[in-house]
Ligand binder design. Structure first.
Ligand code: CA
Length: 235
């Protein structure tokens, strides 16, 4: 795996949550955990996971309502893991836009396989082909490697998450040009994505921490206040 994807596990039963987290950690994913629906929603906007594993029976709200909320602004992959085995629940979840549905108890290999598929699917159906682009883009000490899906800083992998990489990849493709917040959000999260800039801002802050010497005075990714972002032009 060239990029460590961040997965948010939304599950109130501690033993199951720990089990899923351990499996995913061992597979090489970065894992975050939420125990309630409200915790999940706030972590989604503050931490920008690349995929969500969602339990339906949560203490404060129904997982299907969380799914509905996520789908109102995002195409973020969601794999539902639930004890509910009714066909009706399954169909509802898939109709609401879940990428997959696993019934508890599930096998370790099965969970990992479904998650891999859901992530691969987002990559290949991403609304634009910014990460399918080939070759590299270099500016200063920074290189975007479109083949390996990596951003290198002085030859070292900057270890961006999938969302972070996609933002940098898109800006790199249009280096020197200002891309508006709205354009970036629609390109990366799909036409249904709302005008909420928060996810983008949080991702950008994380990216700058990883690639800029001084995030307050960036050399690579510039903010055009109130408009959008621009990638520095290559040498
Ligand atoms: Ca539960």
């Amino acid at each position: 795996m060239t990029i460590r994807e961040k997965i948010l596990v939304v599950e109130d039963e501690k033993s199951i949550s720990t089990l899923i987290a351990t499996i995913l950690n061992n597979t090489g994913y970065e894992v975050m955990k939420a125990r309630t629906g409200s915790e999940a929603l706030s972590m989604i906007s503050s931490h920008c996971p690349d995929l969500i594993v969602l339990d339906l029976g949560l203490p404060d709200m129904d997982g299907l309502d969380i799914l509905r909320q996520i789908r109102s602004w995002s195409t973020l992959p969601v794999v539902v893991v639930s004890a509910r085995s009714h066909e009706r629940d399954k169909v509802t979840a898939l109709e609401l836009g879940a990428d997959d549905y696993l019934t508890k108890p599930f096998g370790t290999d099965e969970l990992v396989a479904r998650i891999r598929t859901a992530i691969r699917h987002t990559r290949t159906t991403s609304p634009n082909n910014e990460i399918a682009q080939k070759g590299t883009y270099t500016v200063g000490e920074l290189t975007i490697d479109y083949n390996k899906h990596q951003v290198l800083l002085r030859g070292e992998n900057a270890k961006l998450t999938l969302s972070e990489f996609r933002i940098v990849a898109l800006l790199g493709k249009h280096a020197g040009k200002v891309l508006t917040y709205d354009y970036i959000i629609k390109e990366l999260w799909g036409p249904r994505a709302g005008g909420d800039n928060q996810i983008l801002r949080v991702n950008m802050a994380n990216i700058r921490r990883k690639i800029e010497k001084n995030p307050a005075e960036p050399e690579y990714l510039f903010t055009e206040v109130g408009v959008g972002y621009r990638m520095a032009e290559g040498n």
